[in-house]
Design a binder for this molecule. Structure first.
Ligand SMILES: C[S@@+](CC[C@H](N)C(=O)[O-])C[C@H]1O[C@@H](n2cnc3c(N)ncnc32)[C@H](O)[C@@H]1O
Length: 209
């Protein structure tokens, strides 16, 4: 079941975007969801801060990051997603690469943002990605992410489970059992803030190198 819908959502952007928009209603709409990880951030000293949208997909969040800086890079492993991102958000630069082995120098970015992507990673891969994010961030730079979390309000459990059964794989279920904040802290991140939305089924973490 999951593979059919998952495959369709990745093959047809309109399908992915429709599902994202419907899911985002739980936090007040897509615009709100796309900027959830950025709330309260004072990232920019100016419009030149270097921002990385990690696992940028078709640029769904990349367009919002351009409000903070003109210097935004999107990275994704999928050539098809990057092709769409270049068309949807041509103002950003794009790099095709794996998040666990990024082709950037140490201390390159002021902000690394990632939305709805870490739940696709195997545990080892997730740890390697966290290490890579730490490496490419400048000292004092911010890692801001939004992803799934085990719901704290039981009313949100059926909706999340149906969503997972239709669209996700075992890695999303694994993320529900993962202490993401603990992993970040163990990798050296500090001054972390974790906030929950949609009955706890979404978590936002902002943390610093
Ligand atoms: C669910 S989409 C999220 C896209 C977008 N960030 C959003 O908020 O809608 C996950 C994205 O992660 C990318 N991805 C998955 N594994 C990756 C990896 N190891 N390195 C880079 N990108 C990866 C996929 O190609 C896909 O575009």
């Amino acid at each position: 079941m999951a593979t059919i819908f998952r495959d369709l959502s990745y093959r047809y952007q309109w399908f992915y975007d429709t599902i994202s928009r419907l899911a985002a209603l739980s936090v007040g709409g897509e615009g709100k969801f796309r900027q959830l990880a950025l709330q309260g951030l004072t990232i920019n000293s100016g419009k030149d801060d270097r921002i990385l949208d990690l696992c940028c997909g078709s640029g769904q969040a990349t367009q919002f990051l351009l409000k903070y800086s003109q210097n935004v890079t999107g990275l994704d492993a999928s050539p098809l997603s990057l092709q769409r991102a270049k068309k949807n958000v041509p103002q950003a630069e794009y790099v095709e690469a794996f998040a666990e082995n990024m082709p950037f120098a140490d201390n390159s970015f002021d902000l690394v943002h990632t939305s709805a992507a870490l739940h696709e990673m195997q545990p080892e891969q997730l740890q390697q990605i966290i290490r890579e994010v730490y490496r490419v961030l400048k000292p004092g730079g911010v890692f801001a992410l939004v992803d799934f979390h085990q719901p704290q309000n039981i009313l949100f459990i059926p909706g999340l489970w149906i969503f997972f059964w239709l669209f996700e794989t075992e890695t999303a279920w694994m993320l529900l059992k993962t202490d993401l904040l603990g992993l970040l802290t163990a990798s050296g991140f500090r001054d972390s803030q974790q906030n929950f939305y949609a009955g706890g089924s979404l978590q936002v973490i902002q943390t610093k190198k």
